[in-house]
Design a protein around this ligand. Structure first.
Ligand SMILES: [Zn+2]
Length: 298
């Protein structure tokens, strides 16, 4: 959607993991409201489905994870058809999505903001992932969710990291449990919050949509403010990883506590901290993280 005046470029991406559909529905909710209420705005707002082929099938991905492959050299090889195994579903998705993003970059729309919406397979998965040098970003701060500042050191090849290098203010917005109403509401109201904070929509148009504060107040007191990664348990193909049931994000764990098991036996927490992104779905390379809180709640 193109606004009445020049302003920021806001790209909203849902379904980069095809089974995480709430972002897509949230983006459509906001577009519908802007049209229905004829809400004036500045700049350009673009909604994209990240992995369209996986989204249609309701799966995280088909051949490989579309959020672990944003590597300049790999992309160059795909573009020049040099890569010997070029033909995976995500090869097409990667080039199509990057093409869309590049086509949207122009001189008139600034700043450039890209938000990548995800959902998690465990409870309390409400947080923001942003490169450390942007962690004081005003838009991100307005969302008041826990900020994870250094996840990109452990998750190589994310879209977030790649578009950051293209000059975007970019962050991941994890809305909560996959398919939950809470995640849909948080993402929908969160998009409004992003549009206000970036000056795209004026806050006086918020009377119908000011649910964000209400939603966030109901759980924000249980969550940390800013965290950094202490430990990452990576899964290798066929190691039979199974998280012990009942963990949710930011739950306290102690060194030595049995948190999961795999074919080699029990897996214990190696450090004291807060459990983060415990995996409760069959697909994924990251079993769990342990994070530490960097500062108390503001
Ligand atoms: Zn995801």
């Amino acid at each position: 959607m193109e606004g009445s005046e020049d302003g920021p470029l806001v790209i909203l991406i849902g379904g980069l993991h095809g089974n995480e559909v709430t972002g897509v529905h949230a983006i459509m909710n906001v577009f519908r409201s802007i049209e229905e209420w004829n809400i004036p705005f500045k700049g350009k707002i673009v909604g994209l489905i990240g992995n369209t082929r996986a989204f249609e099938k309701g799966v995280r991905f088909q051949d490989y994870d579309l959020n672990r492959c944003w590597d300049s050299e790999y992309i160059r090889q795909l573009r020049e058809k040099l890569h010997p195994e070029w033909d995976a579903a995500e090869d097409y998705e990667l080039l199509e999505l990057l093409g869309e993003i590049e086509n949207l970059i122009d001189a008139t729309h600034k700043p450039k903001i890209l938000v990548d919406f995800h959902a998690t397979s465990s409870e309390n998965g409400n947080f923001i992932v942003i490169p450390e040098d942007e962690s004081d970003n005003r838009i991100v701060r307005s969302l008041r969710l826990p900020i994870v500042i250094d996840l990109e050191k452990y998750l190589v090849g994310t879209l977030l990291e790649y578009v950051h290098k293209l000059g975007f203010t970019s962050f991941v917005f994890e809305g909560g449990l996959i398919g939950s109403t809470k995640a849909l509401n948080l993402h929908t109201s969160g998009i409004w919050e992003i549009l206000y904070a970036s000056g795209v929509v004026e806050r006086r148009h918020d009377h119908e949509f000011s649910k964000y504060d209400q939603i966030i107040e109901s759980f924000i007191h249980q969550l940390p403010h800013k965290v950094s990664v202490l430990y990452h348990h990576k899964i290798y193909n066929g190691d039979g990883f199974q998280m012990k049931p009942g963990y949710h994000n930011f739950q306290t764990v102690s060194k030595g506590e049995i948190v999961a098991r795999d074919n080699k036996g029990e897996i214990e927490a190696r450090v004291d901290g807060l459990i983060f992104m415990p995996l409760y779905q069959p697909i994924g390379d990251d079993g769990f993280f342990i994070v530490e809180e960097l500062e108390g709640r503001l």
